[in-house]
Design a protein around this ligand. Sequence first.
Ligand code: OGA
Ligand code: MN
Length: 299
Amino acid sequence: MGIRVKPLHPHIGAEIGGVDLRQPVPPETFAEIEAALNQHAMLVFPAQLLIDEQQVAFSRLFGPLETSPDFAGSKKTRIRHREVEDISNLDSDGRVMSADDSRLLFNRGNQLWHTDSSFKHVPARCSLLSAHEIPPTGGETEFADLRAAYDALSEATKRKIDGLVAEHSILHSRTKIGFREFNKEIQSALPPVPQIIVRTHPGSGRKSLYLASHASHIIGWPVEEGRKLIEELIAFATEPRFVYQHRWRVGDLVIWDNRCTMHRGCAYDDTKYRRDMHRTTVSDEINSVERERGRESVA
Ligand code: OGA
Ligand code: MN
């Protein structure tokens, strides 16, 4: 029996039925899921209620998983699995963080449009997010299709941006929101990296923008000019016509393709309501510039 695919938006997102992700997914079913992801860039699997082990097993079908970093300097974690990142406003005892907890501020960086791990030399291919607890209001997640946005650019803009490389850094996106508590290890482990701004999406063969709040400036351009271009492209690519907003239900498992989308969390009252999401992140194979230019290595 095949999966059911119901598109949610003209460009991005589809709801998937007819598969239980708590069970091992047979290769032919996985091939259908992968094809749907390549086409729709973001998939919603309702009512899955996965435990971490099940989410990790399903995620591994897409490729090797990232292990969760300790950006905000919290040693104790709520989640035991190193492949599962804690996307919540809960402290290690499972209580809503206090308003002065630096992790709360760090997590609010997810409310800027971004694509996951573009600040790493090898960024993320796709991410999977499972909803364990959701607030009664707010806390949606928005997704923008950067292939549709690329298609809609003027020919002059397409020519202007072809081949440009941006410098991405987690320090850049977090500094924007006023987070300054990066420790030395994180700073030296995560130096700025180059990422191409127009890439060919391997899953569909379509051209796509590749942008994020982590993108700081264009390499070889005056910083302010590059920053302005990146801001203009992000504003264009996130116009409502390219965006699907997902309103979460407990048990949803959502997967998105980081190579051709951006996403952001919507605000909610994070010092009052609980929001508990678990993320697994599938690594891409190589740096985006290397992929686009045929594996010639970049600094
Ligand atoms: C993420 C992310 C946004 C959200 O998990 O990568 O950006 O709405 N999440 O939680
Ligand atoms: Mn993210």
